[in-house]
Design a protein around this ligand. Structure first.
Ligand SMILES: Cc1cc2nc3c(=O)[nH]c(=O)nc-3n(C[C@H](O)[C@H](O)[C@H](O)COP(=O)(O)O)c2cc1C
Length: 366
């Protein structure tokens, strides 16, 4: 999570923890009066893991008691923050935070938010006017635990019944927002609502669509990362980061990599009789960055040695293949370089550096 400051009503600074990918559907979390954003932390972390962008917002101060004026100011704060977000989030509010959220979204909520979840919100006329619910023209989920069920049921029932696009779930005995052991129950309801009301968008590529979308589609295939190396005609080492590596055949032993014609290393790889493929381990992320960036002396201060065929092999790689060029196939804006493996040195105990959806990843053992 990173800390982001938003401008509230009158320019007051409001801090939030923000996590997840900015392109993912967003969820804005609001605490109860007297709580800070730490109250939502476990839920925020779980939502990020489930592929949501999360903004976990602090209110302007954490005083316990709110009069009508305090509520009105915070309503304006929330509307100001919503206007600063890049996309319309689902707003999830705990208890009296729900007063702020409901009042902020009653006028034109669908323009500011994709949905509203009110967790254990006490309903009383002074804080949430009777007609507020009727004006909430966006998908709204009321989650009620023991607190609301015991103390506010009739008013809360009336509020739920007045929602134009509402649904209401009672969770027995659950003081949802506050007790850590209730987080699971809350999350289950929340994720179900988000999947139905704010689905993660399915993307589509069709021939002729932009290459970026195709790249995103290809990025759904998780890979390792390699650095492909060779010597140029003067014997100077060259190499580039590539994840288009595949084993091809066991007998004869063949592998391939795809290299962009525009890459500066392409002429060296086209001309070389031998090339190396270094499969990276988790500690070699800096090398991966360096061999993908322009203008770097890629081999400077990097321990490497010449293999038996002369190709540069990077120290500490998970596996280093030395290959003799078998064949080369033109393929669109790339060429496919097929190599016959003459030697492979590997270190089976290291963890691989992984790549998925444009980001480095590491193995996760459940
Ligand atoms: C994770 C990752 C995987 C990549 N895979 C390939 C690949 O398979 N083929 C390729 O030509 N470029 C690939 N690239 C891009 C090159 O590494 C990058 O364009 C590099 O700057 C090329 O250097 P050069 O122009 O000096 O050859 C990849 C980059 C990254 C970060």
């Amino acid at each position: 999570m990173t800390i982001i400051d938003y401008k509230g009503f009158g320019g007051v600074r409001l801090s939030a923890d923000a996590g997840g990918d900015e392109n993912d559907p967003a969820v804005l979390l609001l605490p109860d009066a007297g709580q800070g954003r730490s109250a939502w932390r476990a839920v925020a972390d779980a939502l990020v893991l489930s592929g949501r962008r999360v903004v976990n917002l602090d209110l302007r101060d954490d005083s316990e008691d709110w009069g009508a004026e305090d509520i009105a100011t915070r309503v304006e704060d929330l509307r100001a923050v919503l206007a600063q977000l890049g996309s319309r989030p689902v707003v999830v509010a705990a208890r009296r935070g729900g007063w702020i959220a409901a009042n902020a979204l009653a006028p034109d909520g669908a323009q500011l938010a994709a949905g509203l979840v009110l967790v254990d919100m006490p309903v009383n006329e002074a804080s949430v006017a009777a007609d507020t619910a009727a004006r909430l023209a966006l998908p709204t989920l009321i989650l009620r635990g023991g607190f609301t069920a015991a103390e506010c049921t009739p008013a809360s029932d009336a509020f739920s019944a007045a929602l134009p696009i509402g649904e209401s779930v009672d969770i027995e005995e659950a003081d949802l927002a506050l007790a850590a052991d209730r987080t699971e129950a809350l999350l289950g309801q929340l994720l179900d609502f988000l999947e139905r009301r704010q689905p993660r968008e399915a993307m589509e590529f069709r021939a002729g669509s932009d290459p970026r979308t195709l790249r995103d589609a290809m990025g759904c295939f998780a890979t390792g990362i390699t650095i492909v190396t060779a010597l140029d005609e003067q014997g100077v080492p060259a190499g580039l980061t590539a994840n288009s590596f595949t084993s091809v055949s066991l007998d004869p032993p063949l592998l391939l990599v795809c290299v962009a014609n525009t890459s500066g290393t392409a002429p060296v790889l086209r001309g070389a009789r031998h090339f190396g493929v270094n499969v990276l381990q988790i500690g070699q992320q800096p090398a991966s960055n360096r061999f993908a960036a322009k203008g770097e002396d890629r081999f400077a201060n990097l321990p490497w040695a010449s293999g038996e065929t002369g190709v540069p092999l990077l120290d500490g790689s998970l596996v280093s293949f030395e290959c003799e060029r078998e064949s080369l196939h033109e393929a669109g804006d790339h060429f496919i370089l097929v190599g016959r493996v003459v030697r492979a040195q590997f270190e089976p105990h290291r963890d691989p550096l992984l790549y998925f959806r444009g980001k480095y990843r590491r193995l996760h053992f459940a």
